[in-house]
Design a protein around this ligand. Structure first.
Ligand code: ZN
Length: 282
């Protein structure tokens, strides 16, 4: 496992930590201001959300690299399954194109929930695999990998049909495309005592590692994530499994959705705290 106590070059900011995943949240910094603030603090990468990129993907990607950072990824595809999934694939294709234009090596997939007219998740997982299989070659041609992100089971129904790394791997296995893997997010997997075994089976297929913490008393299931060190997730154990078992060596992306705490603070303070917590707790 890598030692981050004196080196945070593997640290990436997911701009959701500044509220950039939701309209009206956070301080509303421009991508350029975020890039400069991350560069000044020695971050290695940034992960953006589509809503802040608009038509400026190539411009923003170039700006990141000119500042000495990398675009670590893009959040995320539209839902592929479930009631809220778009009826046609145009938005999905556009998300792949945006990732390519941005120079993002990884596009994250949050799957969407159970398909209308079905129950449970098995049938939906099959349809998900079909849809990922259809987009995977398009993404590969664009130089983009697709990371299936399992969500905590409480997000079943409307947001996801995969709940564990094992679920995500099973879908990835059935797709069997070289550019399809999984994203591991502390918020979603911290509780899973089979995680280490799942990650041992995921060697070479972890495409992203997302950091936050699980607060002992979570007040909102989507928007009350904790900063690393403030909660009960065993961050060292999870990263050890991600790195030593699955062989992951990529960026560690801090993704703290926190409407009532971190999003209300000055982004400069948040970025400073992230660096400190990353070195001490991750
Ligand atoms: Zn995540």
């Amino acid at each position: 496992m890598r030692d981050f106590t004196a080196d945070h070059s593997a640290l990436a900011l997911n701009t959701a930590s500044l509220g950039h995943n939701l309209d009206g949240a956070g301080a509303g910094w421009s991508p350029e201001r975020v890039i400069d603030a991350c560069a000044a603090r020695g971050y290695g990468g940034i992960v953006f959300w589509r809503r802040e990129i608009g038509a400026r993907a190539a411009e923003i990607g170039n700006r990141v690299r000119a500042a000495g950072l990398q675009v670590a990824g893009l959040c995320r595809t539209p839902y592929l399954v479930g009631r809220e999934a778009p009826r046609d694939a145009a938005e999905l294709y556009a998300s792949v194109e945006m990732a390519a234009d941005l120079g993002a090596p990884v596009l994250t997939i949050v799957t969407g929930g159970t398909e209308p007219g079905s129950k449970g998740v098995i049938e939906t997982q099959k349809r998900l695999a079909d849809r990922v299989a259809a987009i995977a070659p398009v993404a590969a041609a664009a130089g983009v990998a697709l990371a299936l992100e399992p969500l905590n089971p409480m997000f079943g129904g409307n947001r996801t049909c995969i709940f564990t790394v094992a679920d995500a791997l099973a879908v990835a296995d059935s797709v069997a495309a070289p550019n399809v893997g999984v994203a591991v997010d502390v918020y979603h997997v911290w509780w899973d005592r089979t995680l280490a075994a799942s990650l041992a089976a995921a060697r070479g297929r972890v495409l992203g590692y997302h950091l936050c913490d699980w607060l002992e008393n979570t007040r909102h299931m989507l928007l009350d994530r904790g900063m690393m060190g403030d909660g009960v997730a065993d961050l060292h154990a999870i990263r050890r499994a991600v790195e030593d078992s699955a062989g992951y060596r990529g960026f560690c992306e801090v993704e703290v959705f926190s409407a009532e705490n971190w999003w209300k603070r000055d982004p400069s303070e948040v970025l400073d705290v992230i660096v400190d917590r990353f070195r001490r707790h991750c």
